[in-house]
Design a binder for this molecule. Structure first.
Ligand code: NAP
Length: 312
């Protein structure tokens, strides 16, 4: 029987990915939405989260799709009401907030899942298995997109806690922390912050690798024209390039599998919901904070450069 789930924060990602993924799954029944403005046709809609929790004790799982700053209060209320919780990325505003949620979920005996959708991109698992046992020499993240195209009107991205260019950049770090066998840590960070914003429009980072590989990342929200979501890796046994956010893989210039799906990224959210169904079944927790730790470190140690104002 399908498990009833409520979706809270009906905005871009809820409409583009969560609603279709739930509709296509036999594991789930979308039973209610909670949003101040958004609704989904045919689904019972609430504009108050506490009212939904009170009125629908039959809904055992909530998926939180709002931006990170308001998400903690929703997650805390859901756990306190005995509901399992699925968190969009990034899982919270601060690491301590995320640790607190995990502890609350353990105490309450409910599942909590910090989702990282890019880890579910079509070629990430293949890249991880190809890298296993090889010696890493160099890894470069190149994540450059046009913020006006992909985040129109999202003022929260420019406010403290909104992460700026790390909102997409954390996706790259979620892949890197998934496919590398060894842990890395940040050694330098430069944050380019528009003079009218609180978060960076671009950032450069370097990392230490335990076996001396060169690891770096460049994130830029100002890229017009071609967009890049690439991770380029050199090993002792060849060169691997993950592109299109993990949807495409080449090894020594040879494409590894022709995507049969017109848009291989559409598999990410069905896989996240399959993972959540498994966590709920097993009464388990998946709260990997490694991608967020790197972003937090970038903010902790980053040098700030003020750049021209961002006008949408
Ligand atoms: P969005 O459309 O700007 O916001 C989602 C919804 O959150 C809004 O429609 C709003 O619904 C609710 N919301 C906004 N501020 C709120 C507040 N202060 N309190 C309560 N609810 C609030 O953003 P989005 O693009 O869907 O992104 C949401 C999250 O998904 C982010 O963490 C983002 O990183 C992640 N994500 C986004 C994408 C993408 O392509 N956009 C991809 C993957 C992951 P109401 O006003 O109706 O309450």
């Amino acid at each position: 029987m399908a498990t009833r789930i409520a979706l809270a924060g009906i905005g871009k990602i809820a409409r583009d990915q969560h609603v279709p993924a739930l509709a296509a799954s036999t594991d789930w029944e979308l039973a209610a939405t909670v949003s101040r403005h958004g609704t989904v046709d045919g689904i019972e809609a609430y504009d108050d989260f506490a009212a939904m929790l009170e009125a629908r004790p039959d809904i055992g799982v909530v998926s939180l799709c709002m931006p990170p700053v308001p998400r903690f209060d929703y997650a805390r209320a859901a756990i306190a009401a005995g509901r399992h919780v699925m968190l969009e990325k990034p899982p919270g505003t601060t690491l301590s907030e995320c640790h607190a949620l995990e502890a609350m979920a353990r105490d309450a005996g409910v599942s909590i899942y910090a989702t990282w959708h890019s880890r579910e991109a079509a070629m990430v698992a293949t890249a991880k298995s190809w890298l296993a046992g090889k010696t890493l020499r160099k890894l470069e993240v190149i994540w450059k997109e046009d913020v006006r195209k992909w985040h129109p009107g999202q003022t929260w991205i420019w406010q403290a806690g909104g992460l700026g260019v790390f909102d997409p950049g954390i996706n790259a770090l979620s892949i890197v922390t998934e496919i590398l066998a060894d842990p890395i840590h940040v050694t330098s960070s430069e944050l380019l912050i528009p003079e009218n914003c609180e978060t960076p429009i671009a950032a450069n980072m370097t990392f230490a690798h335990p076996h001396g590989a060169e690891v770096s990342a460049v994130f830029d929200f100002r890229k017009e024209g071609d967009q890049f979501w690439n991770i380029e890796i050199e090993t002792d046994q060849g060169r691997l390039v993950l592109s299109e956010g993990g949807a495409t893989l080449t090894i020594d210039g040879r494409r590894q599998s022709a995507a049969t799906d017109a848009n291989p990224l559409t598999g990410e959210y069905p896989r996240l919901y399959a993972n959540m169904a498994r966590l709920v079944r097993d009464n388990a927790i998946d709260m990997d904070l490694a991608p967020m730790t790197h972003v937090a470190d970038a903010f902790l140690m980053g040098t700030r450069v003020t750049v021209e104002p961002f006008i949408e």
